[in-house]
Write a protein that binds this ligand. Structure first.
Ligand code: NDP
Length: 251
């Protein structure tokens, strides 16, 4: 059907820009009700208005995922207002490459706090809803990792390690939750043009990223969104454990 996710309830983190925003819109197009979560409330309100204008249902949750109490409260709203989540796209993240010798300890900590601890806060708050949904049918937990979890890039060590955590965590959780009808996937994109690159302060990494635009066409957020829609629309017996999606020209 054109609306394979009709009746499903999705939560998308990092939904105020880039991959999360595009995925929230696409999941709504596929028929899901979508709770959109990030810190920038205005961006979320605009997104909700756009989804509703297209005939969808959406709920804005202006939350910092590093705040565990706020995440738990948001999960409560998803249960109360949308009837509980059966699809979690756990996607908020930040990438701050820098040579390790610069000792950019605050940037190390920001990446760990968001990409690891924030991701876990969301899993902790929403797993009960996913397991409950699994008892009725099938549920999805899709975590955003990166090609950096697999390939080696100088100056990306801390970011890559947070994403290796995401991929490895996902594989373990799949064995634990799969028997409860909760599919677990890690998506590992190569370079996608989003706001992610705009937070990079290291000049060497900035130059490397910008230079890569001359040698390849970057992926778009919509490319990743389509893939998330595909993963969630598969028959309940099929779990794509790990999906690497690369720009064709990225080595
Ligand atoms: P963006 O910077 O466009 O999106 C990041 C999202 O995370 C924003 O919506 C941001 O919203 C949200 N966010 C940041 N901090 C917090 C927080 N503390 N609490 C809640 N939400 C937060 O980048 P992308 O769309 O590219 O990134 C999405 C994911 O994709 C990340 O995990 C990234 O690591 C991963 N990825 C990206 C690739 C790329 O090349 N772009 C490649 C591989 C993986 P707000 O600021 O409003 O809170």
């Amino acid at each position: 059907s054109a609306r394979p996710l009709a009746g499903r309830v999705a939560v998308v983190t990092g939904a105020s820009s880039g991959i999360g925003e595009a995925t929230a819109e696409h999941l709504a197009e596929l028929g899901a009700s979508v709770a959109v979560l990030a810190r920038r409330a205005e961006r979320l309100d605009d997104l909700v208005a756009r989804i509703e204008k297209n005939g969808g249902q959406a709920l804005a949750l202006a939350v910092d995922v590093t705040d565990v109490a706020a995440v738990r409260a948001a999960a409560g709203r998803v249960a109360d207002e949308l009837g509980g989540a059966d699809l979690l796209f756990n996607n908020a993240g930040v990438m701050l490459p820098a040579p390790i010798e610069e000792l950019a300890t605050d940037q190390w900590q920001r990446q760990i706090d968001l990409n690891v601890t924030g991701l876990m806060n969301v899993i902790g708050a929403l797993t009960p809803q996913l397991v409950a949904a699994g008892e009725r049918g099938v549920a999805d937990l899709i975590n955003t990792s990166s090609i950096a979890a697999q390939n080696i890039f100088p100056t990306f060590a801390v970011y890559s390690a947070t994403k290796a955590y995401v991929t490895h965590l996902s594989r373990h959780l799949r064995t634990e939750l799969g028997p409860k009808n909760v599919r677990v996937s890690a998506i590992e994109p190569g370079i996608v043009g989003t706001e992610l690159q705009s937070h990079v302060t290291d000049e060497g990494a900035q130059a490397w990223l910008e230079g890569s635009r001359d040698t390849m066409e970057w992926l778009t957020s919509e490319d990743v969104a389509q893939t998330i829609g595909f993963i969630a629309s598969l028959p309940p017996r099929v779990n794509l454990q790990q999906v690497t999606i690369m720009p064709t020209g990225q080595p």
